[in-house]
Design a protein around this ligand. Structure first.
Ligand code: TF8
Length: 335
């Protein structure tokens, strides 16, 4: 009798535990879109995130990683998230500026001197505050990922001084800070979605572009670009976002799984990106690109030219946010 009772009790307990789990995790499909190719730092991190979520939900929540901008450019995917037609994406904060103006603060040229500063500021209170501005717009920001410091490539000439940017038809992200920055530097800046960039370079519709080493490699820009100039002119991050419409249908346990997996993916992604970037320059050279470093005096001249752009960013993100970011950078730099 006793044993039977114990067994029934155990069975009841197991059933109850199962019921809790079934309630916490509904079968769900997460379409997670991104713009780069599958074999890229972006693709690897999305797949890592997918595995984490599936493991944590016992396979209840399935994450389908959809790369190559197959679900659309960054801005198209953002609209799909807002409308609830797509659950998740990762893309540049720069492409969110039209919706969430404060994101423009991350496009400030020469804002961070190194990744330590970037991590501290983005993961700190002001990074959180800027991320939170997405919610009223219909998206929930989970974490920032590293895209990397951006460098110039083009087919006209090595950029050894400010004047070398003159008349270079340079593709920029679809964002006024990038447009204004490169116009101020004398380039002929042309905004284009990333998904159209390779073709634009190949057909010579534009002469050049700017992106981190990792992307120059993964997107094979070396096939259509001759010169690479190490300029590190801006660190403009990626951000992982969720459809707010969909987020609101999730249980607290499901939200926690996504948040925890996002943090794990951030650590994985930054490490992976940095390891790849450290080896990238040598590989870019073997692919035949001619590489030069932008002399620091010339970077300084560029900074001077960008004073008015910086003032414009401060105005559009609000002086409070601008000052908080500057203070956070200063604090990180002092550490
Ligand atoms: C760019 C960005 C891209 C990202 C990516 C498609 O140049 O650096 O890497 O937007 O998510 O557009």
């Amino acid at each position: 009798m006793r044993i039977k009772f114990a067994i029934t009790g155990l069975a009841a307990m197991l059933l109850a535990a199962g019921a809790v789990q079934a309630q916490d995790f509904k079968p769900r499909l997460v379409r997670f879109g991104y713009g780069l190719v599958e074999d890229s730092n972006q693709g690897r991190a999305v797949r890592m995130f997918a595995k984490e979520v599936e493991k944590a939900t016992g396979g209840k929540m399935k994450v389908r990683a959809i790369g190559n901008a197959s679900l659309g450019s960054d801005t198209q995917m953002q609209q799909a998230l807002i409308g609830g037609a797509q659950e998740m994406m990762v893309g540049s904060t720069a492409t969110l500026v039209g919706l969430a103006p404060e994101m423009a603060v991350w496009d400030t040229p020469f804002l961070f001197a190194n990744t330590k500063e970037a991590d501290a500021v983005l993961d700190g209170p002001v990074g959180e505050k800027v991320k939170a501005t997405l919610e009223p717009k219909g998206m929930v920001g989970l974490v920032y990922w590293e895209n990397g410091f951006r460098n110039l490539t083009n087919n006209k000439r090595p950029i050894a001084k400010l004047e070398d940017l003159q008349d270079v038809k340079l593709r920029v992200m679809q964002n006024n800070v990038f447009l204004d920055s490169f116009k101020a530097l004398g380039a002929n800046a042309v905004p284009l979605p990333f998904s159209e960039l390779f073709t634009a370079l190949e057909t010579k519709a534009v002469d050049g572009q700017e992106n981190p080493f990792n992307t120059v490699l993964s997107s094979k820009f070396y096939e259509v670009q001759k010169y690479l100039t190490v300029s590190n002119h801006v660190y403009s991050p990626w951000i992982v976002t969720v459809s707010k419409k969909w987020w609101d249908t999730l249980s607290p346990a499901e939200k926690k799984v996504l948040q925890d997996a996002a943090i794990k993916s951030r650590e994985f992604e930054r490490k992976d990106t940095r390891e790849e970037a450290a080896k990238a320059l040598a590989e870019i050279k073997t692919k035949g690109m001619q590489v030069n470093e932008l002399p620091s005096a010339e970077a300084g001249r560029m900074r001077d030219k960008l004073a008015a752009v910086n003032a414009g960013i401060a105005k559009s993100v609000g002086q409070g946010t601008w000052d908080s970011v500057q203070a956070a950078v200063k604090q990180a730099r002092a550490k």
